[in-house]
Every structure is written in structure tokens, then in C-alpha cells.
Design a binder for this molecule. Structure first.
Ligand code: HEM
Length: 404
């Protein structure tokens, strides 16, 4: 069999959805693969591609060997292919102990108690969105629902005025679609950063009961009780806002589309609401909205028989791990009753997704309310994927519904 390999550093390779064939081949033939740089590869540098479940899991759980910060003498690092200068200055681009200190700052906003306080309001908002669905005509489910609910939620959590949400989300969407080596193109990151600077000043002057105010006024444990600098705060905003707004929408939209494509499973889920919990995990596995992470090798080591050198860039692909038949029975079968379902969609180890509880709650509320209010769903056009190798999601999802 010839290799169906594609350029994994090129967003265009993801324009038709995730390149499953390439990864099936890698898992079987070259599970820790050296990807040569191409004309579009960030920093013009090659990188390792880790595709099997067991190895992806090992990398997630070994931050001493695989750093999220700068390592191997690099001036920059982080968790995207392109070396980021923000490495060391933002939660997901740090290693312990600094990482733990930053994480403690934001943890409180995402506890079960904090989420429970949000549930009723999100359910109310989900219903308003469903009220506005056009009846018997095609509409875009992404802009009418799956983009909106997580976006409204993250605005509430961070204390961002709802009137600013569309502007912010448009910048993120345009930044994701624009060509370039950054996940979100620099021109748009600058717009989001300028917005962040303003709202941080506002929270500094007038603290409110939201996470952003807490972060602005918090003092770091173990670091002489200092407060975060403006640059660190802006980086926090640039992490939290898109993390909250972009990923869950892909799971909600991709999840509904997949259920409609599997009518037997949709019917069973409607009939047996207790299956919603495993169904939400299967939707997370199936859609894997955040598809790869990068680490930097901290010292010479071996993985799956390959010699990795200190300073090498290494990528781990959660979507590939989630379809590995060494870890899942019939991984290409969508099965809402799958159990156990140890998917890696939210990562593992020290950096495991801070918003996983929120994402699960948003998915639960969405499907509970959609199934309660909508009698019939019909896909009204082909899937249109966002061309991005980091965030995999539907850009546009034409849908028709009939309510009771
Ligand atoms: C289906 C939805 C989501 C998926 C698939 C997802 C996926 C992930 C993954 C894989 C990581 C690990 C990153 C790493 O190891 O480098 C992560 C981290 C993170 N996620 Fe999510 N996420 C989702 C929703 C959310 C939401 C709603 C928020 C809310 C703000 C959020 C905030 C974060 C943050 C702050 C981190 C960094 C944690 C750290 O470095 O300690 N995520 N997410």
C-alpha cells in the first residue's frame, strides 16, 4: 500500500475534514513519523508525528520529557507547531510548577458548583436560540445554535458584555480561516489583544463577579504574591475566550450531524435519555474538535523505537488516537453506548482541559433541549469544514427542522 500521507502542516489538507486515511497508514506503518518541513511548515522545521493511542497518552502524561513551554535551548515554544514567544507566559504554554500556580488561579471558575450555577441560564438561552429556528426552511445550525451557546457561556464566565460577542467571535473565525503559520492569524490576534487590554483595564477599575476580574486581582501563590502582568493577562484572555468559544461548537454541530447520519442511534437516544451521558462521550471521541498538540523534547529519548533529540518538535494527534483499533473496538463505528470510552479528546495529565466540565454541560443542555423541542431534523446540504489543522469543525451546517 502506498502512503496516503498529506502535508500535516498545511491547513488545506484539512479542508475536506480530518485526513483519516493518512493517519490509519501512519498508525500501522510509522507510528512515530518524522515529518519533513514543506514550503508552509512553520519555522521551516520538521517535526515528529505521534499517531497511536498509547504513545499519545504517554506524551500527555510525561511533561518532564515533553514540554509545553520552551525547551532544548529554544527561545520560544508552546503547544502549536509554530514556536510561540508567549511560551512560559500563558497557562497552556507552561510546565509545572508555574503551570500549577496559574491553573489554581482559574480553577475556581470551572468547578462543578460554578457550573451548576450557570446551568439554568444556559438552558434559558438554548431555548431562545431554538425559538428563533426558521421552520421548514434551510438555516445554518452553526450560526443559529452551535456557535452561539458556547460563545454566550464564555462571555458570562469571563464577564465580557454579550454585545461584544459577535465581534470577538468574527475575529477568531476570520483568524482561523486566514492563511498563515499561526492557528489564529496575527492580524486578528492583535485585534483580540487590543480588546483584551481594554476589558482588563475595566476589570481592574471595577471588579465584578467573573473569572476575568478574579484573575486580574489575584496574587500568585509562591511567586512573592505578585499579580499577573498586563501581557500575562492578555495572553490568558487570548487563551480562554477562543478555547471556550471555538471547540464546543464543533462538538455540538458535529454531534448533531453525526446523529442525523445515524438515524438508529438518534432514535435510540430519544427513546432512552439515560444514554445521553455515554453519547456525549462518543460525540467527543467522534468529533475531536481540537486535533493535535505540540510538545518539545526536553532530553534525548526513544519513543516507539525512534530516537528523539532534545529540542525536537513533537506533535500528538488526539483524533488519530481516538480512532486507533489498538485502543477501541471498531473505532470507525459511531456507537452511543460505547463503554468504556477512554478518548483523549480533552487531553490527559497536567494540562487536561480546564473546560471539559463546561463543554460536557453545554453538550448535555444542547441535546436535551434540541430533542425536547425539535421533532425532526434533516441535513440540508454537504458538510463544509473549517480549513484548519488545529481546530476541526463545521464552518456551515445547513439544517431543516420541524418542531412540535
Ligand atoms: C469540546 C470542547 C473542548 C475540547 C475538545 C477541548 C480540548 C482541550 C485539550 C485537548 C486540552 C489540552 C491541551 C494540552 O494538553 O496542551 C485543553 C486544554 C484547555 N482547555 Fe479545552 N477543550 C474544550 C473546551 C474548552 C472550554 C469550553 C474551555 C473554557 C474556557 C476550555 C479551556 C481550556 C483551557 C484553559 C486549557 C488549558 C489547560 C492547561 O493548560 O492547564 N476548553 N482543551
Amino acid at each position: 500500500m502506498t502512503s496516503p500521507m498529506v502535508d500535516l502542516s498545511d491547513d488545506a489538507s484539512f479542508a475536506g475534514g480530518f485526513p483519516h486515511d493518512a493517519f490509519a497508514w501512519l498508525r500501522d506503518h510509522d507510528p512515530v513519523h518524522w515529518h519533513e518541513p514543506t514550503a508552509v511548515t512553520p519555522d521551516g522545521e520538521g517535526f515528529w508525528v505521534v499517531s497511536r493511542y498509547a504513545d499519545v497518552n504517554t506524551v500527555f502524561r510525561s511533561p518532564d520529557l515533553f514540554s509545553s513551554d520552551k525547551a532544548g535551548g529554544r527561545k520560544a515554544g508552546g503547544t502549536t507547531l509554530k514556536d510561540e514567544r508567549a511560551a512560559g507566559k500563558v497557562l497552556n504554554y507552561t510546565d509545572d510548577p508555574h503551570h500549577r500556580i496559574l491553573r489554581n488561579l482559574v480553577n475556581k471558575g470551572f468547578t462543578n458548583q460554578a457550573l451548576a450555577a450557570l446551568e439554568q441560564e444556559l438552558r434559558r438561552r438554548a431555548n431562545l436560540l431554538i425559538d428563533a429556528f426558521p421552520e421548514n426552511e434551510t438555516f445554518d445550525f452553526v450560526s443559529h445554535f452551535s456557535r452561539e451557546l458556547p460563545l454566550q457561556a464564555i462571555c458570562i464566565i469571563l464577564g465580557v458584555p454579550q454585545s461584544d460577542r459577535t465581534r470577538l467571535c468574527d475575529w477568531i473565525d476570520k483568524g482561523l480561516e486566514a492563511d498563515g503559520q499561526n492557528v489564529i492569524a496575527m492580524d486578528y490576534v492583535k485585534k483580540i489583544a487590543a480588546y483584551a487590554r481594554g476589558i482588563i483595564a475595566e476589570k481592574r477599575a471595577h471588579p465584578a463577579d467573573d473569572i476575568l476580574s478574579k484573575i486580574v486581582h489575584a496574587r500568585l501563590d509562591d511567586e512573592d504574591g505578585r499579580q499577573l502582568t498586563d501581557e500575562e493577562l492578555i495572553n490568558f484572555f487570548i487563551l480562554l475566550f477562543p478555547a471556550g468559544a471555538e471547540t464546543t461548537r464543533s462538538a455540538i454541530g458535529g454531534g448533531l450531524r453525526t446523529l442525523i447520519e445515524h438515524p438508529d442511534q438518534l432514535a435510540r437516544l430519544r427513546a432512552e435519555p439515560d444514554l445521553l451521558r455515554p453519547a456525549i462521550e462518543e460525540i467527543a471521541r467522534w468529533t475531536t474538535p481540537s486535533i493535535y498538540k505540540r510538545r518539545t523534547v526536553t532530553r534525548n529519548t526513544e519513543l516507539c523505537g525512534k530516537s528523539l533529540k532534545e529540542g525536537d518538535k513533537l506533535t500528538i494527534w488526539e483524533m488519530s488516537a481516538n480512532r486507533d483499533d489498538r485502543a477501541f473496538e471498531n473505532p470507525d463505528r459511531f456507537d452511543i453506548t460505547r463503554s468504556p470510552n477512554p478518548h483523549l479528546t480533552y487531553g490527559k495529565g497536567a494540562h487536561i482541559c480546564l473546560g471539559a466540565g463546561l463543554a460536557r454541560m453545554e453538550l448535555r443542555i444542547s441535546f436535551e433541549e434540541l430533542f425536547r423541542r425539535v421533532r425532526h431534523f434533516e441535513i440540508a446540504g454537504p458538510a463544509d469544514w473549517m480549513p484548519n489543522n488545529r481546530l476541526l469543525g463545521l464552518r456551515w451546517f445547513p439544517l431543516k427542522v420541524a418542531r412540535d
